[in-house]
Design a protein around this ligand. Structure first.
Ligand SMILES: [Zn+2]
Length: 190
C-alpha cells in the first residue's frame, strides 16, 4: 500500500505543483471587505479556484460565504477536519529568485508567496484525498478539508465556520513547517 501511494505521488507530482502554482499566482492577502467578500477580492478568488479544483476531482464542495470553503471526501460524517488556509501575508519586497506572485521551480524548490504557508500544504492535503479516492482505499469515516481565508489576520474565518458547523473529533493543520508544525492553538503577539 505504501509503495502504491508513493508511486501515485511520483506520477502526480507535476499536476500537484501545477495546482499549487495556480493558487500562488492569485494575490490573496487580506483586503478591505466588500459585499459578500469579507476579506476582499483576492481571498474570495483563490477560494473559488481551489473549490473548483476540488469539484473537478469529483469532491463535493461548499463555500461558507467566502469565509471558508469545505471539501468532503464522501457522504460519511466527517471525523477528521483538515484545516489549511489560502490567504497569505502581503507579498513584500526583497525577493531575489522571483516575484511573490509569480511562482517558479528552481533547483528542486518552489518559490513564491504562500508556497509553504499554506497553499502548498492545502493542495497537498487535497491530493492526499484524491489519492485515497483514486486508489480506492476504503475509509470508515468522512474527512473534510476546510480552507480558510483569514488565518494570517486572526482566523475570524474559522470562528465563522465553527459557528455553523460542529467540530470533528479529530483535527490537524498541515501549515508551514509540517510535521514540526501540526496544530495551531492560538497566537501570542509580542
Ligand atoms: Zn499558515
Amino acid at each position: 500500500m505504501k509503495k502504491l501511494i508513493e508511486d501515485y505521488f511520483e506520477q502526480n507530482k507535476g499536476l500537484m505543483i501545477r495546482d499549487i502554482m495556480r493558487l500562488v499566482r492569485i494575490k490573496s492577502d487580506k483586503e478591505e471587505a466588500k459585499a459578500g467578500k469579507p476579506y476582499g477580492d483576492g481571498p474570495a478568488e483563490v477560494l473559488a479556484v481551489a473549490l473548483e479544483m476540488a469539484s473537478e476531482m469529483g469532491f463535493k464542495t461548499r463555500n461558507y460565504d467566502n469565509y471558508v470553503g469545505a471539501i468532503d471526501f464522501d457522504d460519511q460524517k466527517n471525523k477528521l477536519d483538515i484545516l489549511a488556509h489560502l490567504d497569505v501575508v502581503p507579498g513584500g519586497d526583497g525577493w531575489s529568485v522571483t516575484e511573490p506572485f509569480n511562482p517558479v521551480v528552481k533547483d528542486g524548490r518552489l518559490y513564491g508567496r504562500g508556497t509553504i504557508d499554506d497553499k502548498g500544504p492545502a493542495v497537498a492535503a487535497l491530493y492526499a484525498m484524491k489519492a485515497v479516492k483514486d486508489l480506492n482505499i476504503p475509509l470508515k469515516a468522512g474527512v473534510r478539508l476546510i480552507l480558510g481565508t483569514d488565518e494570517e489576520c486572526g482566523s475570524s474565518d474559522i470562528r465563522y465556520y465553527y459557528g455553523i458547523e460542529e467540530e470533528a473529533p479529530m483535527t490537524f493543520s498541515p501549515d508551514a513547517s509540517f510535521p514540526v508544525v501540526n496544530i495551531e492553538k492560538g497566537g501570542l503577539q509580542g
